[in-house]
Design a protein. Structure first.
Length: 312
């Protein structure tokens, strides 16, 4: 008998195909009555394969008394209540490392596009303005500027390496200082004050909710740029929108938003914002590697072996 699992949302296509082939998979996103769905499968489901932002808390876990493992597609597990899982003896896994380089590439691209305003220059050309109005306005170099990395973990390190190759200087802030060659700042406000570009790479969750607030943006100042590839929840989005509208910071590059995929339309008219639709890890190769790791964790667990990337 194949182990029974629930897939929480429509995810990466090849991963979904493999999960449905190797396990008896029940698709939560196709259920018209989710309560009835959980009741129907409660006594047999042993795993959740999670995709996307659906909250998985103790209430959900208690609907599945046979639940043994939650295998998440992605690094961030802020949608999963880890303490609830821990108290119930449920294993939680994620897919770290396999996406570090791709996300770092995206971050560097977002930094360059935000500071140099490349997307806006392309719109200028496509609108016929080059011929009609002359050359596009000058921007500024990233070389020689200071990149403040808020969250110098594995992805942050990979981004810093790329930024150094572009001539940037690096500073950072973590909850705990680490053995690093880069200067350390004791808090986000100080980091912002010392940076030309503030890059957010922290996990999401209650501890970092609205960590980037008015005080941090004031410290960044009218010549500073904010780039966020972490979670939308880390930034006080209405405050950021106001600071961009009032040009109290120079610009922002955003790959993540609070209520994805619903982005406040006020952002769309801003000339000092570059917006990506959460594409940090969105390559064929990386998404396959993430799916392979999610599947491997499930295979190992059901074979009675330790999983590869256990969060708890």
């Amino acid at each position: 008998m194949k182990p029974e699992i629930i897939i929480t949302a429509r995810g990466h296509g090849d991963t979904m195909t493999t999960l449905q082939a190797e396990f008896t998979a029940h698709l939560l996103h196709e259920a018209s009555d989710k309560n009835a769905f959980f009741r129907q499968h409660a006594e047999k489901v042993r795993a959740l394969a999670t995709f996307g932002p659906m909250a998985v808390d103790g209430k959900v876990m208690d609907l599945l008394p046979k639940l043994e493992i939650i295998a998440n597609f992605g690094v961030g597990v802020d949608a999963i209540k880890l303490e609830d899982a821990k108290t119930r003896g449920i294993i939680v896994t994620n897919t770290p490392d396999v996406l570090n380089e791709t996300v770092a590439d995206t971050a560097l691209a977002l930094i360059l596009n935000t500071v140099r305003r490349f997307p806006q220059s392309e719109q200028y050309l496509r609108g016929g303005n080059w011929a009609a109005r002359g050359a596009y306005a000058l921007t500024t170099d990233i070389g020689g500027k200071t990149l403040g990395v808020l969250g110098l973990g594995r992805i942050g390190e990979a981004i810093a390496k790329r930024a150094v190759a572009c001539g940037m200087k690096i500073r950072y802030h973590n909850r705990r200082r680490k053995d690093s060659p880069y200067p350390y700042d004791p808090d986000p406000v100080t980091l912002a004050k010392n940076s030309n570009v503030l890059l957010v790479v922290t996990p999401g969750g209650p501890e970092t909710n609205k960590l980037i607030n008015a005080k941090v943006l004031d410290a960044l100042g009218p010549r500073g740029y904010l780039v966020n590839i972490a979670r939308g929840s880390v930034v006080d989005e209405p405050v950021l929108l106001r600071y961009l509208q009032e040009k109290r910071i120079a610009g922002a590059g955003l790959d993540v938003f609070v209520d994805e995929p619903r982005v406040p339309p006020e952002f769309f008219s801003l000339e000092n914002a570059v917006l990506f639709p959460h594409v940090g890890s969105a390559t064929v190769e990386t998404r396959k590697a993430m799916g392979d790791l999610q599947i491997e964790n499930l295979r190992l667990h059901f074979a009675g072996k330790p999983v590869r990337t256990r969060v708890i």
